[in-house]
Design a protein around this ligand. Structure first.
Ligand SMILES: [Zn+2]
Ligand SMILES: [Zn+2]
Length: 279
C-alpha cells in the first residue's frame, strides 16, 4: 500500500517513502555514520523528511540533493543548507519559486485528467498548494574531493548530467548501495526539460555510472521513484534504448505530459522523453 514512513533497507540505510497526493511516490534516503548522518533529498515541502530522519538518528545531518527538482528539494528549508551541483542551482531556484511552480501545476492539471480529478478533493488541493510553497535554502558546491565522510563511513558521489545538468549519483561504500536519483529508475527517464541534456550525453552518464558500479562491486541500486531495488541489467537496457534513438532505429512521438515536453518512446520496458539526440 501507499504508506508514508521510514524503513530500514540495509545496514545504516533507511528509505523514507512519500506518496504525493497519495499516489506519486518519491523516496529519500538516510545514511547513518558514526559521527554524522546524510539525508539524500527532502521530497516535497510538506513531506517532513527531516522529522522522519529524526526518528532514526540524533546525529548532525548533512543534506545532499541528487538534483534541483521540487519533489527532491522541497523540505531543504527545514535544514537550511544543502549540497547541490552548481549546474542545478538555477533549476533549484526556479523549483523554489511559487509562481513558477503554480504555472507548472496549472499546466500539469490541464494536461492530466487524473491530476485534475485528484485536486478536486479539498484536502489534496490544500496539500498541493502547500507543496508549492518551498522554503528558502542555502546551496553549497559539492566538495572538491569526491566523497563525504560520515565517521567510519564514506559516501562517494558522481556527477552524471542527464535528467538535469547537475544530476548526481551517490554511493555508500559500506553497503555498496548506489543512489541514482532520477537518472535511472524502472519506469524510465525524463530528458524533456530545458535543463536536461541530449540522449547522447545521458548515455555517457549511464555508462559512467555502470562502470563505477561494476568497479566498486555495487550491490544495491536505489532510485528516487518507482520500484526498488533495481536489477543491475537496467544499465544495459538504458544504453540499448539510447543507442536505438541515436542510430535512428526508433523515433519518439511528441507529447506534453504537463511537466516536460518532447519526443516520447517506450522500449525495453522503459519510457523516455527527449528533445535532443546530441548536443
Ligand atoms: Zn527530477
Ligand atoms: Zn523526481
Amino acid at each position: 500500500m501507499n504508506k508514508n514512513g521510514i524503513i530500514k533497507i540495509a545496514n545504516g540505510i533507511y528509505q523514507i517513502k512519500y506518496y504525493w497526493l497519495g499516489v506519486a511516490n518519491v523516496y529519500m534516503f538516510l545514511i547513518v555514520g558514526e559521527e554524522k548522518a546524510m539525508l539524500i533529498d527532502t521530497g516535497y515541502s510538506i513531506t517532513g523528511a527531516l522529522q522522519y530522519a529524526r526518528k532514526v538518528t540524533p546525529l548532525p545531518i548533512i543534506l545532499v540533493n541528487t538534483h534541483g527538482h521540487f519533489d527532491h528539494i522541497g523540505g531543504n528549508g527545514d535544514i537550511g543548507e544543502a549540497y547541490l551541483s552548481e549546474a542545478d542551482w538555477e533549476t533549484a531556484r526556479q523549483h523554489s519559486d511559487y509562481n513558477y511552480l503554480k504555472n507548472m501545476m496549472a499546466h500539469y492539471m490541464e494536461q492530466s485528467l487524473p491530476v485534475r480529478l485528484l485536486l478536486k478533493i479539498p484536502r489534496l488541493n490544500n496539500d498541493m498548494e502547500k507543496g508549492i510553497h518551498v522554503k528558502k535554502c542555502r546551496y553549497n558546491r559539492l566538495p572538491a574531493k569526491n566523497f563525504f565522510e560520515l565517521g567510519n563511513r564514506k559516501v562517494l558521489f558522481l556527477e552524471t548530467p542527464g535528467h538535469t545538468r547537475g544530476s548526481i549519483c551517490l554511493f555508500d561504500e559500506k553497503t555498496k548501495s548506489l543512489f541514482t536519483g532520477d537518472m535511472i529508475c524502472e519506469e524510465g527517464v525524463l530528458l524533456g526539460f530545458d535543463h536536461s541534456t541530449s540522449v547522447s550525453e545521458y548515455k555517457k552518464s549511464v555508462e559512467k555510472i555502470q562502470k563505477f558500479y561494476m568497479e566498486n562491486d555495487g550491490e544495491l541500486i536505489l532510485p528516487s521513484h518507482h520500484k526498488l531495488p533495481v536489477a543491475v541489467s537496467i544499465f544495459e537496457r538504458y544504453i540499448d534504448l539510447c543507442n536505438k534513438i541515436i542510430d535512428r532505429k526508433i523515433e519518439g512521438t511528441y507529447i506534453d505530459d504537463g511537466l516536460s515536453q518532447g519526443l516520447f518512446v517506450k522500449e525495453n520496458n522503459l519510457q523516455m522523453i527527449y528533445n535532443k539526440i546530441s548536443e
